[in-house]
Design a protein around this ligand. Structure first.
Ligand SMILES: Cc1cc2nc3c(=O)[nH]c(=O)nc-3n(C[C@H](O)[C@H](O)[C@H](O)COP(=O)(O)OP(=O)(O)OC[C@H]3O[C@@H](n4cnc5c(N)ncnc54)[C@H](O)[C@@H]3O)c2cc1C
Length: 382
C-alpha cells in the first residue's frame, strides 16, 4: 500500500492549484453573488488539458486516471466548489461517460471539442417525476426510419443552460422497464431540443443548473451511445465513477474550511488569548483534520477499485456519503469557530456550508447511497 501521490498526480495537483489560485480566486465571490459562470476560465482549464483529463491524448485529452480527475476537482473546490461541479459534470458525467461507451466515430467527433472546452457538455438523467428512482424515467426515444424521436424532459441538469450537447437517457422500449433504456447524444442544434429555465439555487451558485425539453426531438440513429436498451448499465457504472470523482469536491470544501478556521482561530483573541488556545476550538479543528484524512482514504480506495472494475458500487457510495456528510458538518464547525463573523457572507464559510449540502443530494442522495451499500453487503453475505 502506497499513500504517496505519484509524480503524475502531484503534477496535476500543482497545475490545478496554481490555476485555481490565479484564475478562480478573483471571480469566486462574484460567481456566488451573481450566479455567474466564467466560460472563459472554463476554456482555459481545457487548454491545460484538465477537461479531457481521462481521455486519451490522441482524442485531445491528457490520458490520465480517475485519481487525477478527482484531484483536479478537489483543488478547484478549495477555491470554488461550484466551478468544480460544472467541471465534473462536463468532464466526468458527460465526456468520460461518452468516451467509455461511445463508438469510434462519436469519440472522434465529440471528445476533442469537449476536451478543449470549445463545447460544454452535460448529462441528463433526472426528470421531474424520477430522481432517486432514476430508471423509472418517462422520456422516450422512438426509432423512425433513420432517426430517433425523443419526447420528454429532464430537470436539475448541471451545465444545461450553457451546454452545447447533452448525454441523454431515454426509454427506447418502455414495456421493458429498466431494460428498455438507451443513451443518446443530443446537440443544441437538433430540432425539437429546447432549454428551459435556469434554477436559482441556495449554493453551488455559478454552476448553472437547468431544464431540458425534447418535443419530437429528432436525432440521427448514429446518436445512440452503446447498444439499444443497454442504457441502464451505462447509467449505473457512470454513477459509481461520478460518485467517487465528485467526492473530491466535498474533500476540497473540507480543506478550505480547515484552512480558514485555523487562520481565523490563530488571529481572533477573546479572554486575552487567541481562540486557538481553547480546547473546545481545538476539538473542532482536530475533527476537521480527521474528517479530511478519512474522506481521502475512502475516496482513493473507491477510485482504485473502480479503475479495475466499474461494476463495483458500494465503495464509491461510501466515499461520497462520508465525504459529503463530513463536509457539511465541517462547514458548520468552521462557522461556529468564526462566531458572528462566520455568519457574515464576507468570511466565506457560510457559502461553503451552502455549497457542501449539494453533495448530500446530487449524484444520488445519502439515503440512496446507504441503500446501495447495505444491498451489496446483504447480497454478498446471502
Ligand atoms: C444542483 C444540482 C445539480 C444536479 N445535477 C444533475 C445532473 O447534472 N444530471 C442529472 O441527471 N441530475 C442532476 N441532479 C439531480 C440529482 O441527482 C437528484 O436531485 C437526486 O438524485 C435526488 O432526486 P430528487 O431530487 O428527485 O429527490 P427524490 O428522489 O424525490 O428524493 C426525496 C427524498 O426522498 C428520499 N428517498 C427517495 N427514495 C428513497 C428510498 N427508497 N428510501 C429512503 N429515502 C428515499 C431521498 O433520499 C430524498 O431525501 C442535480 C441536482 C441538483 C440539486
Amino acid at each position: 500500500m502506497n499513500f504517496d501521490l505519484s509524480e503524475e498526480h502531484q503534477m496535476v495537483r500543482d497545475i490545478v492549484r496554481r490555476f485555481a489560485m490565479e484564475e478562480l480566486s478573483p471571480v469566486a465571490a462574484r460567481m456566488d453573488e451573481e450566479d455567474y459562470f466564467p466560460i472563459d476560465i472554463f476554456r482555459k482549464l481545457g487548454e491545460l488539458g484538465m477537461l479531457g483529463i481521462t481521455v486519451p491524448t490522441e482524442y485531445g485529452g491528457s490520458g490520465l486516471d480517475y485519481i487525477s480527475q478527482m484531484i483536479c476537482l478537489e483543488e478547484i473546490s478549495r477555491i470554488s466548489p461550484a466551478f468544480a461541479l460544472s467541471v465534473g459534470a462536463h468532464s466526468n458525467l458527460c465526456l468520460d461517460n461518452l468516451f467509455r461507451n461511445g463508438s469510434r466515430e462519436q469519440r472522434e467527433l465529440y471528445a476533442p471539442k469537449l476536451s478543449s472546452g470549445e463545447w460544454v457538455g452535460c448529462l441528463a438523467l433526472t426528470e421531474p417525476e424520477s430522481g432517486s428512482d432514476a430508471l423509472s424515467m418517462r422520456t422516450t426515444a422512438e426509432l423512425r426510419d433513420k432517426h430517433y424521436s425523443l419526447n420528454g424532459s429532464k430537470t436539475f441538469i448541471t451545465n444545461a443552460p450553457v451546454a452545447d450537447m447533452a448525454l441523454v437517457y431515454a426509454k427506447t422500449e418502455p414495456s421493458l422497464g429498466h431494460r428498455g433504456i438507451s443513451a443518446f447524444i443530443v446537440e443544441g442544434s437538433n430540432p425539437g431540443f429546447r432549454k428551459g429555465r435556469k434554477f436559482d439555487k441556495m449554493g453551488m451558485r455559478g454552476s448553472p443548473t437547468g431544464e431540458l425539453f425534447f418535443d419530437s426531438c429528432n436525432v440521427p440513429s448514429s446518436a445512440l451511445v452503446g447498444k439499444k436498451n443497454e442504457g441502464a448499465g451505462i447509467v449505473m457504472s457512470g454513477l459509481s465513477v461520478e460518485r467517487a470523482v465528485l467526492a473530491g469536491i466535498s474533500l476540497g470544501i473540507q480543506e478550505q474550511c480547515l484552512d480558514l478556521a485555523v487562520d481565523y482561530s490563530r488571529q481572533r483573541k477573546q479572554f486575552g488569548l487567541p481562540i486557538s488556545k481553547f480546547e473546545l476550538i481545538q476539538e473542532k479543528i482536530a475533527n476537521m483534520y480527521v474528517g479530511i484524512e478519512a474522506s481521502r482514504l475512502l475516496i482513493y480506495k473507491s477510485l482504485q477499485v473502480l479503475q479495475k472494475d466499474k461494476s463495483k458500487n458500494r465503495e464509491a457510495a461510501a466515499a461520497i456519503m462520508f465525504a459529503a456528510e463530513t463536509s457539511t458538518k465541517t462547514a458548520l464547525d468552521a462557522i461556529q469557530i468564526m462566531g458572528g463573523y462566520g455568519y457574515m457572507k464576507e468570511f466565506r464559510v457560510e457559502k461553503l456550508m451552502r455549497d457542501a449540502k449539494l453533495l448530500e443530494i446530487g449524484a444520488g442522495t445519502t439515503e440512496i447511497r446507504k441503500m446501495i451499500i447495505a444491498r451489496e453487503l446483504l447480497e454478498d453475505s446471502a
